[in-house]
Design a binder for this molecule. Structure first.
Ligand code: MTE
Ligand code: HPA
Ligand code: MOS
Length: 765
């Protein structure tokens, strides 16, 4: 296996670590305040669906310290922030569609005055009937876009040749992003009527576009800058736009800086979450556990506006057969409009929901086929050359990862130990579940697969880089610095990564789809290579050689030409290049080759590659109390060749625990009136250190295949979250061994309360 990066270049800490630990890293709230800054706060609807019949802002406006109260009619541009479809007003005009929908914007001298002023707004809303359930929305025809469908083979004519057919329903709840840094923005006036916006966003260009639209300005008059964000997890792919647009509108109208940093409470109730789904499935097998046919219908709870739901819906379809080859598939997905805050991107982007449902189908079938779910999983893994329902041929690592997983972990022995434990214990039961994963890398919207990088070498030899990548804790800046360090063979401290800024890098895709390091890293690679080519000529000119194909390298600050020391230092080389008037800067553009998709046919090649892996999760359920512990998660994961194992391990561990949270304790709860009841950390439980697995064992899959990833280091941001799915089925298996008479229920998450009810066969579930 040839390594692309040397060991010392791979084993590198995140370049952010020291500042993070010392509290020196800059987030939105760390930006020094400019004198005259106004603080914003929105007044929002407390009714999920209705018409505004009275809106009196006079008392709020007259409060001392309030500078202005803006409503939709004050908007200088267009009252529209819809991302995919123009269906989302920034502030309600007369109809409100969800609780938390902004109606008015208060601009005041302090946050506390803004808060007080909001309480003085007199608003009456005539309530209409609200919908919170996607199936009811579907029945009423409330769809955001026409339904989408993938077809492979012919299920209809296959059912008759199936030896076993099972049908069922699966439900899966949403998830609160709970990034540590809440949403927010800080807009500042700039000379000539321009506006600079600091935003906690994954998508600086999306913010720039939304601000331009809402203010009525042109994009070149708006500069968006992001140093880093304190987590996004998809929640800031486009839902950062609203706060930035509100602040910029305030600045545009008042000429003053405007800041809005949401409180946790505001953030939780106003912003959208992972999409809950309800699904119906039908699955058919031959008598050798092969899946012959699969039909699935997804009802996606999109919330009150499109936001990114149509794209999320598409990824649900792309991943509805997970890591399995099924020759006959019909998958249908409905984007259902409900009166909840618009749901949005969340790590996995609809993929995990699609994968959950096929795993439910397998879990339902297994006991009836007298086998373990893992027998079915193993028998149906996709192999290289098999076709996905969307037409792309697999370059599969599903079987290799399963094989290496079995070589490494003795699955049979694990199962025997669990069976033995369960025989010996009455009130504690263990459950085991295997979870293969397969996740496509690339934005499913082909045009988004492009990125740019701007690299400067300064005359002292130090390097500064801007890309479209947003650092959100996933370590992308370190990876980009590693790329430059690798190409120039420089130590990492010679490289600086600058803030993401729309004046330096334009028209960026959001940092999302796990593709940020691939896209921006490859653009950086291209820019560095181009400069290096020019430097090579300079070296050749001063080293007095005719060899044009020479390779240059820097070792301990000295330039080597074809492995021969030249006595020229890097700094001398750069000075010389400058003297010779050679450009030390490059702006490069990368577009992922060969990706395409035709929605009219539902076929194409949407992904540049797939990431695979296999995990096993063991849980112990306390059958008196209903709570549980996760004994371990063991994984063989397909990194390709990780360019930074420390960062990638962090991504895998974080993804797994986030996936476990979604499957276990995190339970988003809207009441029938559309009001979020799990609106604080006291009512919305995320996994703490006790809920995390006692052991997480991650083994890299060993392969030497080429792939399109940056330096052969496969994307790692989202795929590991899906190992978390196994937790649900491990818990279900433990429940079954305590009480085999309870029907298998497929309704995630398995909170301890639900586990307790399930253990004793409660009808309340
Ligand atoms: N890791 C941290 N620490 N914080 C985050 O917000 N977001 C996840 C993942 N890992 C996230 C994270 C999501 S949803 C995505 S799409 C990827 O990181 C985005 O970054 P990447 O493309 O560089 O992997
Ligand atoms: N992933 C994440 N974000 C996206 C995607 C995707 O596939 N498509 C559009 N936005
Ligand atoms: Mo990630 S859900 O693509 O931001």
């Amino acid at each position: 296996l040839k390594l692309i990066l040397s060991k010392s270049k791979r084993n590198m800490r995140s370049i952010d670590i020291h500042d993070h630990v010392k509290g020196r890293s800059i987030y939105l709230d760390d930006i020094p305040l400019i004198q005259g800054t106004l603080f914003a706060r929105v007044f929002t609807s407390n009714v999920a669906h209705g018409r505004i019949i009275k809106l009196d802002i006079s008392k709020a406006r007259d409060l001392e310290g309030v500078h202005k109260v803006l409503i939709s009619s004050d908007i200088t541009g267009i009252n529209q922030i819809g991302g995919i479809i123009d269906d989302e007003p920034l502030m309600a005009e007369n109809i409100v569609d969800f609780i938390g929908m902004p109606i008015a914007l208060v601009l005041a001298d302090s946050e506390s005055i803004a808060r007080k002023a909001c309480k003085l707004i007199d608003c009456k809303i005539e309530a209409f009937e609200e919908i919170t359930d996607p199936r009811i929305a579907y029945e009423k025809g409330a769809l955001i876009i026409p339904s989408k469908k993938f077809i492979l083979g012919d299920t209809e004519s296959t059912w008759s040749s199936c030896s076993h057919i099972f049908e069922g329903k699966a439900d899966i709840n949403g998830q609160e992003h709970l990034y540590i840094e809440t949403q927010g923005a800080y807009a500042q006036p700039v000379e000539g009527g321009k506006i600079k916006v600091y935003s906690s966003t994954q998508g600086p260009t999306a913010v720039q576009r939304a601000v331009a639209k809402v203010t009525g300005m042109e994009m070149h008059s708006i500069e968006v800058d992001v140093t880093r964000i304190g987590g996004g997890f998809g929640g800031k792919e486009d839902q950062a736009n609203a706060w930035a647009a509100l602040c910029a509108l305030g600045t545009h109208i008042t000429g003053r800086p405007v800041k809005y940093s949401l409180s946790r409470e505001e953030d939780i109730y106003m912003t959208g979450k992972r999409h809950p789904y309800s699904a119906d499935f039908k699955i058919g097998f031959d008598n050798k556990l092969k899946i012959l046919a699969y039909e699935v219908t997804f009802f996606q709870n999109a919330g009150a506006a499109a936001d990114l739901s149509p794209a999320v819906l598409e990824r649900t379809l792309f991943h509805c057969t997970n890591a399995y080859f099924i020759p006959n598939v019909i998958a249908i997905a409905h984007c259902c409009k409900t009166n909840l805050p618009p749901n949005t991107a969340f790590r996995g982007f609809g993929g995990p929901q699609g994968m959950f449902v096929i795993e439910c189908a397998i879990a339902i079938a297994a006991p009836k086929l007298n086998c373990k779910a893992s027998d079915i999983q193993k028998a149906n893994l996709i192999t290289t050359g098999d076709v996905f329902p969307y037409g792309q041929l697999a370059e599969s690592e599903a079987e290799t990862s399963w094989q290496q997983f079995e070589d490494r972990f003795d699955l049979k022995k694990m199962q025997q130990d669990v069976d033995q434990f369960n025989k010996e214990n009455i009130h504690l039961k263990k459950g085991l579940a295997v979870q293969p994963i397969c996740f496509g890398i690339s934005f499913t919207k082909t045009l988004m697969n492009q990125a740019r990088s701007l690299v400067h070498i300064y005359t002292d030899g130090s390097v500064g880089i801007t890309t479209g990548a947003v650092e959100m804790g996933q370590g992308v800046n370190t990876k980009i610095a590693q790329v430059a360090a690798h190409i120039f063979s420089l130590p990492i401290d010679k490289i600086r990564i600058y803030s993401t800024n729309t004046t330096r890098i334009a028209n960026t895709s959001p940092s999302a789809a796990s593709a940020t390091a691939d896209l921006n890293g490859k653009a950086t690679l291209m820019a560095c290579e181009a400069i290096k080519e020019r430097l090579k000529k300079v070296v050749i000119s001063i080293a007095d050689t005719k060899e044009q194909n020479s390779d240059i390298e820097i070792r301990d600050g000295l330039v080597f030409l074809d492995s021969l020391e030249t006595k020229i230092t890097w700094q001398e080389l750069i000075s010389k290049a400058f003297e010779q008037r050679v450009s030390l800067s490059e702006h490069a553009h990368y577009a992922t080759p060969d990706v395409h998709f035709d929605w009219s046919k539902g076929k194409g090649h949407p992904f540049s590659y797939h990431v695979y892996g296999t995990s096993v999760t063991q849980v112990t359920v306390d059958c008196i109390r209903g709570n549980y512990e996760i004994d371990f998660v063991k994984v063989v994961h397909d990194y390709g060749q990780s360019m930074n194992p420390m960062i990638d391990l962090g991504q895998i561990e974080g993804g797994i625990v986030q996936g476990i949270g979604w499957m276990t304790c995190e339970d988003v709860f809207y009441d029938e009136k559309g009001k979020l009841r799990s609106n604080a950390l006291s009512t919305y439980k995320i996994p703490d250190i006790y809920a995390a697995p006692k052991e997480i064992d991650i083994i890299p899959l060993i392969t030497d295949k080429e792939n399109l990833a940056i330096l052969q280091s496969k994307a790692v941001g989202e795929p590991p979250l899906m190992y978390g799915l196994g937790t649900y089925f491990a818990i279900e298996n433990a429940i079954q061994s305590f009480n085999p008479t309870v029907p298998r229920r497929m309704n995630a998450p398995y909170t301890p309360e639900k586990v307790l009810l399930a253990l004793y066969g409660s009808k309340d579930l």
